[in-house]
Design a protein around this ligand. Sequence first.
Ligand SMILES: NC(=O)c1ccc[n+]([C@@H]2O[C@H](COP(=O)([O-])OP(=O)(O)OC[C@H]3O[C@@H](n4cnc5c(N)ncnc54)[C@H](O)[C@@H]3O)[C@@H](O)[C@H]2O)c1
Length: 387
Amino acid sequence: MLKTLNIGIAGYKFMGRAHSNAWLKAPLFFDVAAKPVLKAACGRHEPSLKKFAERWGWQETETDWKKLISRADIDVIDIALPQHLHFEIAIAAAKEGKHIFCEKPLALSVKQAEEMLRVCEDNRVVHYLNHNYRRVPAIALAKKMIDDGLLGRLFHWRAAYQQDWIVDPEFPLTWQLQKETAQAGPQWDLNSHCVDLAHYLIGPVASVMGMCTNFIIERPLANETSTGNLQAEAKGSERGPVTVEDATLMMVQFKNGVMGSFEATRFATGRKNKLSFEIYGSKGSITFDLERMNELMFFSAEDTNTAQGFRKIMVTESEHPYVKSWWPPGHIIGYEHSFIHAVVDFIDAVENNKPISPNFSDGLAAMKVLEAGLQSAETKQQITLNS
Ligand SMILES: NC(=O)c1ccc[n+]([C@@H]2O[C@H](COP(=O)([O-])OP(=O)(O)OC[C@H]3O[C@@H](n4cnc5c(N)ncnc54)[C@H](O)[C@@H]3O)[C@@H](O)[C@H]2O)c1
């Protein structure tokens, strides 16, 4: 009989749903080392929590996360909450010996991230940080192609993460637009993903120059039941200040000499969730766009020059990363599959005592770059990172 792994989740909206789906689907499509059991879900508003639990099959509910993490029948704490709650819950969960599946960005600061990593290591728990895009098959393929030398020596990294969900000045002041809950705007929310991908695909960042701006400085206060960008409603006519940046740019130098740029905004009208990157090397180049996530564009300078050009690789062959558990070639997959892949690898790490990335150490590394970006924007100075 397959072993079981008992999961307790905190948070039940956007990420709560994406994670629940992943825990449920993983054993249906992959040969997992243990079957996740949706043991208990935690949230503050009991009626909506109960509805969520019933719909997704969570066996029980808790309205206090402290109770959730102290339960002896739970092996894994899944943190699907805004980032101001990650620190306290992850530390407490690690001290209880629970393995942790945590949403990004890791924390509010480098200082918090260091402490989270230290406590997880001291308590020997598996710590995973959900930069799920590493597990988009096309991105995992890009990593393999770079490692196999198909791009040769790398010269350039160029990333842009563009959304448009706060262009309307009447969009309310949800938790993502306030420093106490989010710490920063797209620098934390979006660039955290791109910095993680850059660390994965290119290597560590050595120095950073940043720039930020705000387009709308006040918004209507949000209704208390507003959650993130899914169900945002204004409370009334009262307004409050936006306390995080609206858009951010970073120029970086990587330790291996690659030059890079990062652009992140929620004001790119018409761009819904466009995470794109370009990598240029001596032998070839790669481009990716999340809005066409089953495709990877590849240019090989080694093709005969009369036939050269960017070719589109449909990343749907069974030899491509993660694909063989899904559908026949050309039968594309979506956003939610990256979460399922993350859960599959996480279960493997827990059950077979294997390392997993990204983890809190990767989260700390990203946080150093992100924090330096904001500091540089403020001081107008280039910042060199100490490893
Ligand atoms: N990996 C990704 O692609 C991805 C995408 C979106 C969000 N995220 C991250 O996931 C985390 C959650 O974001 P989301 O979009 O699911 O947010 P959300 O607003 O949709 O959901 C947040 C949940 O947290 C609960 N919550 C808020 N404050 C709380 C408190 N003080 N105590 C207990 N519960 C509280 C809310 O009730 C809700 O259930 C964030 O850190 C975000 O950056 C990751």
